[in-house]
Design a protein around this ligand. Sequence first.
Ligand code: ZN
Length: 424
Amino acid sequence: MKHLKLNSTIHLFTRILFSLILGIAIWSCEKEEDQITDELLVEQQDNISKEIKNLLNENGFGTSDIISYRKGYIVEGDIFITPENIEEFKKGSNNNSSKHFTTINRVSNFGDIRTLRVHISSGFSAVGKNAIRAALQRYNDLKLVLRFAETSNVNSAEIKFIIGELSEEVFATSKLPSNGNPGSTITYNSSRLREVEKYINVAAHELGHAVGFRHTDALDTSFSCGGDPDPLQGSFASVPGVPIDPVQGSWMLACAPPEGNFLLVDKIALYNIYGIYSGTPGAPLWLRNRSNVGSGYFYTSDYQEVGEGTNDFVAEGIQSRIFDKSRKNDSDKQPLYRYNNPSVRDYFYTTDFNELNGETGGLGYSYEGIAGYLYKDDGPDRVPVIRYNNVSGIHFYTTDPDEIGEGGFGFVLEGTIGYTLPHK
Ligand SMILES: [Zn+2]
């Protein structure tokens, strides 16, 4: 992570410091041997060859602020491209390199769940250790196929949080995954440790890189870092289910906010890369949105319909998973039809196409199409989609039978309209 956007003063401060890198780096090299920590030494900024710049650019990395580091390069402020990565790029094995949220290499999950062991250097303060632990917990709370567990045995750790010398404007850096394993080290800058280690988001951001996520604004980091536009060309692929354009507040922006939790879009990106139901492709997340102008609810599997919220809707989060059209021919599934009544601001969902006269609609509702596909029947690891309504004609849906049970808050139980997958 390059900058913490604490305020514009700090931001400006780091920008000014960047112009001093060269001097600082040389100074670092001249330090006494015993002052150089185990892993790390900022190497003298040299002339980075055009070949390397082109290689990085072709693989979707920003090349305006490259720092030469331990025979590799730090790009976009905090991504450590190792000599091994460079060799992989030369072989052209990373053509799936990506932009928004995406991985150049994912961590393989062997079996249903893979737990990555994480070691935290004793050099971190109690505050710093707790911030890293909170970041691990933040991921674990999502119940992805990828989990993190702290270990006191550094030799068994797959990811090590260490402290080392980095050039002044770099707060922390992480390696990317290779050969199906996570980036092995996340390095915090020793000269800024106390300033940076307290932020959960810094650890969460670097862990994001370690498991393969790229900067959401990699195409132009001025989106979060400010300054002049910094456009990047290259070949990209993106995470399904999330917008191409960066979203303010995301944990993987190049200059990410120091505080705050995962956004909805961040969670969707994580689920879509390391989601728990890896055995059910074609099951996008079903998102629940509450009207902030009426009392209605709106559900969609397309994040881009409402994003983090609109003037009309507050995004309440992930309700469950439903199936997309790739499963429309499955004999055990049925379409879920969507209708909209703008006058009462209500969305109506049904698996009975005759309930509102098919495409004709009725009672003020017009047909909007198929929202997704549900199981017809109950089964293991399935949850019901339960429908309620109230006297104003507003409908409410939940996959949690305990949320309002037989009814409540003016809503009356109408029944189960199908079955789907829980999101965790
Ligand atoms: Zn980063």
